[in-house]
Design a protein around this ligand. Sequence first.
Ligand code: FE2
Length: 363
Amino acid sequence: MKNCLPIKGTDYVEFYVGNAKQAAHYYQSAFGFQPVAYAGLETGLKDRVSYVLRQDKVTIVLTGALKPDSPVAEHHKLHGDGVKVIAMWVDDVQKSFHETTSNGAKPYKEPYTIKDENGEVKLAGIYTYGETVHMFVERDAYKGDFLPGFIKWEPEYQPNDTGLLYVDHIVGNVGWGEMDKVADFYRNVFGFDQLISFDDKDISTEYTALKSKVMANDNLRIKFPINEPAKGLMRSQIEEFLDFYIGPGPQHVAIATDDIIKTIADLRERGVDFLNVPDSYYNDVLDRVGAIEEDIEVLKKYKILIDRDDKGYLLQLFTKPVEDRPTFFFEIIQRKGAESFGKGNFKALFEAIEREQRNRGTL
Ligand code: FE2
């Protein structure tokens, strides 16, 4: 991957939401994100407000519209709450924009520079699947908390964090027959390589199926699994997503922790809803994954899933959708050597999602 664009990691993930103020409270109280910065009417914005929250290396931005003709309002009307921007931290915005657009990416924002007393940040953006965009962020010459134009946000209410550390991967759901096209986009535009692919034989239950390809950059800080639906007896969770998001979009952000039992216990205590895992999952899981350091009874109590590949094992769990539509959710993951994505859990997981779909009448 000689020609892979240098990317240092995920800079931030921006959600367009119906009520940024209330969403910010949810991410503070339920997930333990810490308040960082704010922009809105008080800082000169006319059509939107943004709250910036952070936990270790994970920065999220929650943006809501102030006016019905704001692009944020239009996006929200169509898609509901969801991820609009997956921002990448780069050394050179000009070069990142020039290379990706020369390789065929559609421009979203031409390179520009913003400044305040803390220095300057260079930014540019391109489109990826659906209406989702990648912003490039060059911030070596900036000492502030987030971006110029934002002010410190210091509410009195500051619950503790929950041990979330960094973005492990971000999954995109795309339409029928589009997975290869989007995988090729990341290969041709960014120079990403394909880590793994799963077909419908790997990812299917009695009723539903999907296909997936995982695209990654050279230092593996950016990992984008791309899903598309596959034919099954019933409607797959990817079709349900596409129907409610009205097109392709980010399906989940996986956030890493180094103590998943503590993190999940904490998140559950704070009211985060997770997918239900049947007790029967734990009857034979150790036969599949072999010896692990954790007490299986504790994992069963918190319904944490386990999988193993040739490099080690991983522990993971998925939240239910975090907004009204059955679209975006989070994954919490702890890697103990494993570099894969929990293929061994797909069946148990999808059966759990099918139960949810059945309740929603969308299976
Ligand atoms: Fe995942």
